[in-house]
Design a protein around this ligand. Structure first.
Ligand SMILES: [Zn+2]
Length: 326
């Protein structure tokens, strides 16, 4: 196995992030399922088809032996080895929420309401002109509460987590169980605006799953997308500028402003804005048709990401050295 950026990013077994008892139990269950062969890992190549990776880490923030590779050709970072499709489906159904979401649906809803209010402030024009608004992978659907309170909006979400859906519905949010296609079928039309907030980084098949999302937008409509940035995202307090708090088995891909722009452009969208956090908006052209995702080479971006991650890691190691010496 290729070596990670530093020895600290090699040793599996210990979680770097703080865990509640419930999270600890879920993690022990997941470890048991990996050891017992219920969950299997697979190596996956970069969608750009180049074979020019640098291994960032061989473990994730839970100490699981999943890897993180940076493609030095296109700059896309991905989880490999990762849980295969079958393992991931069961992981999401049985372990994901317990392991990742100590908040639970009730507190999650309140956080999401604030996120929805933030979105409206960020993109007042976009929300102003959009009538039908979908939130794909909405969780509790809390973001849709302030959005549906705006005049003349039909705001609907979709998700797969039953307890999150039922809590959202109990708070008055319209949520469909399933994915983007189920949402279009239920509402009977495509959206003027689709929200995809902290969802795309979970897609195992970027081309297929993003295409399904784009299909749910009406021609001439918009996508509002957010993912945790592989450069800018480290500024969030939770990550503490530590690669080991950032990488996780549920995130199949990690993006920057440039790499997410390249992915969306390749799939036929016109990117209108994108920041380094990574959050932005894109237009679905009137003549959009589905197409294969072809990522352009961007070795300058790959080098920028690598140098950023190397700097973060070297700062962490210096900090550890300093505290060991006191
Ligand atoms: Zn690549």
């Amino acid at each position: 196995m290729p070596k990670a950026l530093s020895p600290r990013l090699e040793v599996s077994g210990t979680a770097t992030v703080e865990l509640t008892d419930k999270q600890r139990e879920a993690l022990a269950r997941v470890r048991g399922r990996i050891a017992g062969g219920d969950y299997t890992l697979e190596a996956v190549g970069c969608p750009c088809e180049a074979d020019h990776d640098i291994t960032i880490a061989n473990i994730d923030r839970y100490g699981l032996a999943v890897g993180t590779q940076l493609c030095m050709s296109c700059g896309l970072m991905r989880c490999s080895a990762r849980f295969d499709q079958r393992s991931m489906a069961r992981f999401y159904a049985e372990d994901y929420r317990d392991m990742y979401d100590p908040l639970g649906p009730v507190l999650h809803f309140e956080t999401d309401v604030k996120a929805g209010q933030w979105m409206i402030r960020q993109m007042p024009k976009l929300f102003g002109i959009s009538e039908v608004i979908f939130d794909i992978g909405c969780g509790t659907g809390g973001k849709l509460l302030p959005i549906s309170a705006l005049p003349g909006k039909r705001a609907v979400g979709c998700d797969f987590a039953p307890d999150f859906i039922s809590h959202g519905r109990s708070r008055g949010v319209e949520i469909v169980e399933g994915g983007a296609a189920a949402l279009v079928e239920k509402v009977g039309k495509r959206a003027d605006l689709v929200i995809l907030s902290h969802v795309a980084e979970h897609f195992l098949d970027l081309e297929r799953e993003l295409t399904e999302v784009i299909e749910a937008i009406k021609p001439g409509g918009f996508l509002f997308i957010e993912v945790p940035g592989a450069v800018g995202g480290f500024e969030l307090p939770f990550y503490r500028s530590d690669i080991l708090r950032y990488v996780q088995n549920a995130h199949a891909y990690y993006f920057t402003r440039q790499t997410l722009t390249a992915v969306l452009t390749s799939l036929g969208l016109q990117v209108l804005s994108m920041d380094e956090n990574v959050s932005g908006a894109a237009l679905k052209p009137l003549d959009w048709t589905p197409r294969p995702m072809k990522l352009p080479a961007n070795s300058a971006e790959a080098l920028r990401i690598l140098s950023h991650l190397s700097k973060l890691e070297s700062d962490i190691l210096k900090g550890q050295g300093a505290s060991a010496g006191t």
